[in-house]
Structures are given as C-alpha cells and as structure tokens.
Design a protein around this ligand. Structure first.
Ligand SMILES: [Zn+2]
Length: 351
C-alpha cells in the first residue's frame, strides 16, 4: 500500500471527536476528556483522551494509542480499513440514493513520479497565471483576487510549458497523458484554462481546468479519482458549507468560509463519511432543478444537521453571487436567516 502520512491523518481527525463519534460520551476536564472505556466493562470513566498529544489511555485496561489505534481496536479492523473508516483512503464513489456507504472502492494510488508530475504542473501553471493578465482579469471579474490565487495555488495553462519540462526531467509523457495532463497527440489538455488544484497536505493531488473561452467544455478534470475540492479546508469545523462547482468553492474561500465542493452533484463516500461527524452542514447548490434535487437528497440523508441555503431568484450559483458587488452581504444575510441546525421540529413521519 502507499505510504501514509500518519501525523497528517491524526491532525485531520481530532481524536476526541472520532472517539465521541463511536458512541463514547466524553466530558471535558481541563485540557483532557474522560469517558467510559469501550474496551472493558466499567461504570466509572477511566478512559482519558489527550487532544494535545492526539492520544488516548485507559487507566482500567491500559488500552492506549492514537486515533487509528482506536478505530482499529473499536471496529476490530486492520490499519487500511481503519483509514477507510476515517475517510482517509482513496475516494470511492456512491450515489446519494439512500446514502449507502457501500464498500470503498480501492483506487490505484499515486506513485512518487505521479506526485512529482502533478507538483511540477501545479507550479508551472501557478507561475504562468501570475504572468497572464487576461486570466487574472477573468478571475477578478468573478470576484477572485490575488489572496485566493495564492491561498489555493491557482494556475493557468499556457499550453507550452509542461511538456518540455517533463521531457527535460525525464518523466513519462505517456503517464502524463494517462493522468489527463497531456492529450494523446502530446499537447496540453488543460491549455488556456484556469487551473484549480486540490491540495492535500500541501501537495497537488488533482486539478480541474476551467475554460476562459465559453465555447469550450466548461470544466475539464484530470483522469485521476475526482476528490472533494477543499476537503482539508472543512476539517475541524462545526459548521461547513458544501457547494457544487470549483468557482462556487473559490467564492467561498474568498469569503473565508469553511467550504468544499462536490465538483458536480454526486456525493462520494469520502464526503459522506466525513459529513457523519460534522454537527452542521449548509448545502449551497445550484439554483436549478438538478442542484435543488441533489440538495434535498443529501439533506434528507443527513437529517436535522443539514440546512439548504436557497440562492436568491435569478442567481444561478454561488460563484455568480460572488461576482456581484454586494454578494457577500446578501449571502451572509441568507446564512443568518437559516438559524442553527438541530433546533427545528423534525418533519412528521409520513403515515
Ligand atoms: Zn479500558
């Protein structure tokens, strides 16, 4: 299996939250949490959870370890499966229908060379964007300024730089084509597109290009497993926003929201597993039939924790709202009107 950055996994999965999500009632005592140990029979809490060192220890049965150890032991599974349960394995695909979690499909992991190719493309595209007035102006017209360009490491493919670079450094052009960076003929697939990378642990794991020329296919992603865009950005928040498109996501980043994007209306297992641990989820889907239908389905599977934020009439998506001058104020007003999840009377069951 590919090497796993255990420290990063621990960082992304706060141990106290994971343990609580496994049914252990935790009470805060200063910087620690205590609860009844799930690994031995007890009435008085002797399990202590230490968020500062991301570890747990039971003074009764001496069970101890980190968040992965906890899941392995609690679910009686191996390392790999524990990572899957934490939502850390390669993304698998499921439909929102009935929110089935389904068996996680194991994806072929990225090799070291794949990662280097992605990193090189990401850097080249970022530098190219900083030199490209037209692309920067396009972003600005959509409300996306330099702060977001830097934070999200946005790029632009001028169609010239990648292939010579790969050649010079003896990377496989065929592999670059398989990954979706080059076309079979060898020219760059994302040419003349603004490129939005998905960063994981500071490294590019995937990217999608948005055409500047409206006549072309609007979005083109790499032929690697499609991730949740902004997955790391929403980790550790009590309330998160989930949207559809890459520019909706950038608008949310610009407004400093904990936001991620599905890159479509399809909800993948990676996100569902994560959403199970989030107290409040605000769905900001497109103002069309497909978007609203997907939002209702996802909201239904999430129950009282979900809120659907309806965009104003005539605004087709969050990105469009972001391009309007008072977009942020209008959006925040809509958020305020939503109230807090979990306080509403649940719908009466159908008889
Ligand atoms: Zn114990």
């Amino acid at each position: 299996m590919p090497s796993v950055d255990v420290e990063l996994v621990k960082q992304r999965n706060p141990i106290e939250r994971v343990i609580a999500s496994h049914g252990v009632k935790l009470q805060q005592r200063g910087e620690r949490f205590v609860g009844c140990c799930p690994f031995h029979d007890e009435q008085h809490p002797s399990l202590v959870v230490y968020p500062s060192t991301r570890s747990f220890f039971c003074f009764g049965c001496k069970a101890s370890g980190d968040v992965i150890d906890f899941v392995r032991r609690k679910e009686k599974v191996g390392f790999r499966r524990a990572l899957e349960l934490l939502g850390e394995a390669a993304p698998a695909s499921v439909s929102t229908n009935g929110a089935k979690r389904g068996p996680a499909r194991s994806e072929s992991p990225l090799t070291v060379d794949d990662r280097l190719i992605l990193a090189a493309a990401c850097d080249l595209y970022h530098e190219a964007l900083l030199r490209n007035e037209r692309a920067l102006r396009h972003l600005e017209s959509r409300g996306i300024g330099m702060a977001v360009v830097e934070e999200c490491w946005l790029g632009y493919s001028d169609g010239q730089a990648l292939k010579p670079f790969l050649r010079r450094h003896r990377f496989s052009l065929r592999r670059a084509a398989e990954m979706g960076l080059l076309r079979k003929a060898g020219n760059e697939a994302l040419a003349e597109r603004v490129v939005i990378p998905e960063l994981r642990g500071g490294q590019c794991a995937w990217m999608v290009g948005r055409a500047l020329n409206e006549r072309r296919l609007k979005y083109l992603g790499l032929s690697l497993p499609k991730p949740i865009l902004g997955y790391e950005r929403v980790q550790g928040h009590r309330r998160i926003f989930v949207t559809e498109g890459a520019f909706d996501y950038l608008t949310g980043v610009n407004w400093n929201l904990p936001i991620c994007a599905l890159l479509g209306t399809h909800v993948r297992a990676e996100l569902l597993r994560f959403l199970e641990r989030v107290p409040e989820v605000v769905l900001v889907f497109d103002n069309d039939d497909e978007g609203q239908h997907a939002a209702r389905e996802l909201a239904e599977s999430l129950g009282a924790r979900a809120r659907i934020l309806s965009l104003p009439d005539g605004v087709k998506d969050l990105g469009e709202l972001g391009a309007s001058e008072d977009g942020r104020e209008r959006f925040l007003r809509l958020v305020a009107e939503l109230g807090t999840a979990g306080k509403e009377t649940p719908h009466a069951p159908a008889s």
